[in-house]
Design a protein around this ligand. Structure first.
Ligand code: URA
Length: 427
């Protein structure tokens, strides 16, 4: 017999929980017999006390067992997915999924919606007319099995790790998101239940990420790679920089437009580099050799896959993307080199403009967001445009401008350029 109060007290006092206690509490939480306030208290105890490797593995297994697993083992091509821990302007899934499918893998990419300052892949794709995020398990399977498509980006069904859905919503409102074991088990329970055979994790590090320093990011990556490998999912993690936003846009339709530039062979160097590096890593994990993703971007086959992928989910790849009704520009106050561009501040500005939501379920504005005209390393003169803000609700401009005005550092000397990929965990 277990009870919630003694499990909370045990973790509060720094004890190791047994598998029985973990199974009991996650099962009770999923069924509603462990109350939200009890689970919140336990989550806070875990934030402070952590979970050891065995507890983490049992916690993750219990979250997986709270729902059903998907099975793609009958698909002829190897399955491989990518998961990012979340950042500002991180639209990489959009060009990456069709690119890796064009190289011969099947890409099941179950994604989420944005909350707070980080955008959600599904919100971005929903700015395409007709595109549907909610697919049945049969639809997901048949799109993946179709060798002319082979990539699907959609919402996780209600039965995929339901304990995580409930727990994530609680953590979001109780200050318990920032915990390495809770983040690792949350991400990996969904990825293992999803049934992919290979996984590449993009663990973001820096001002715009959950992990602000490389040591924490490495610890999170190591925990997730171990969970994946223990569950038979070949898992590699790249640690990548998230000090400045990725690319030149943050916002839903704006990020789709920028992804189309990458698929057309253009795009800002940082997103192109990260897309190609992640694609190469995914192919290695999937055991596909002799194909360079850079060639598939250049010869248009990744763009063909994108069109097939959008159409397979009801979207019209030729429909014009929504544009916000109003815009306002932000200009440089002095001459010099941009030394800093705070990703968090840009994410907050985009969110305040209407690109993100404050509460689960709220609608987002497709056209709202920020288009950058300059990034760290660029030289600017006073009065030059640094960014354009977009929204349908112009009363939001002042609040968003407050955030973005504070984002820039400008100085007389050029900053040292730092690499995008900082480290790798797993082989
Ligand atoms: N993404 C998740 O799915 N879970 C977390 O806990 C953090 C980021």
């Amino acid at each position: 017999m277990s009870d919630a109060v003694s499990i909370i007290a045990a973790k509060r006092d720094g004890h190791i929980l047994t598998k029985r206690q973990i199974d009991w509490v996650i099962d009770g939480f999923t069924r509603g017999t462990v109350a939200d306030e009890q689970m919140s208290a336990l989550a806070m105890a875990i934030v402070w006390r952590g979970l050891d490797r065995r507890e983490l593995s049992d916690w993750t297994a219990a979250m997986i067992d709270s729902g059903s697993r998907m099975d793609f083992s009958d698909i002829a091509r190897p399955t491989v997915d990518k998961h990012s821990t979340g950042g500002v302007g991180d639209k990489i899934t959009l060009p990456l999924a069709p690119l890796v499918a064009a190289c011969g893998a099947a890409v099941p990419q179950l994604s989420g919606r944005g909350l707070g300052h980080t955008g959600g892949t599904l919100d971005k794709l929903e700015s395409i007319a007709g595109w549907r995020a909610d697919l049945s398990a049969e639809e997901i399977h048949s799109i993946l099995a179709d060798s002319a498509v082979g990539a699907v980006v959609c919402a996780a069904g209600a039965d995929l790790a339901p304990a995580d859905k409930r727990l994530y919503a609680l953590r979001d409102v109780t200050g318990t998101v920032e915990s390495i074991p809770l983040i690792a088990s949350s991400i990996m329970s969904k990825k293992i239940a999803e049934g992919t055979s290979g996984l590449v994790l993009d663990v973001k590090v820096g001002a715009g990420a959950f992990m602000k320093n490389i040591d924490d990011a490495r610890e999170l990556a190591t925990a997730m790679v171990a969970l994946g490998s223990d569950a038979g999912v070949r898992t590699v993690a790249l640690l990548t920089a998230m000090d400045a936003p990725l690319g030149m846009t943050a916002g839903n339709a704006l990020e789709v437009e920028e992804s189309l530039e990458v698929l057309s062979g253009g795009g800002h160097a940082d997103i192109v580099e990260l897309t190609i590096t992640l694609a190469r890593t995914m192919l290695t994990v999937a055991g596909i050799e002799g194909i360079d993703p850079a060639d598939k971007l250049a010869d248009g086959s990744a763009m063909d896959r994108w069109r097939a992928m959008v159409a397979a989910q009801g979207g019209d790849p030729d429909a014009p993307l929504p544009v916000a009704k109003e815009s306002r520009t932000v200009t440089a106050e002095q001459d010099g080199f941009i030394t800093e561009l705070d990703a968090m501040a840009v994410g907050v500005a985009a969110w305040r403009l209407g690109a993100g939501r404050e509460r689960q379920g709220e609608p987002v504005q497709a056209g709202a967001g920020v288009r950058l005209h300059a990034k760290p390393g660029d030289r600017v003169v006073a009065g030059q445009q640094l960014a354009t803000l977009y929204t349908d609700t112009p009363e939001k401009f002042d609040y968003a401008t407050e955030a973005i005005d504070a984002a820039w550092g400008i100085s007389d000397s050029a900053p040292v350029r730092s690499p995008i990929v900082l480290d790798r965990v797993g082989r």
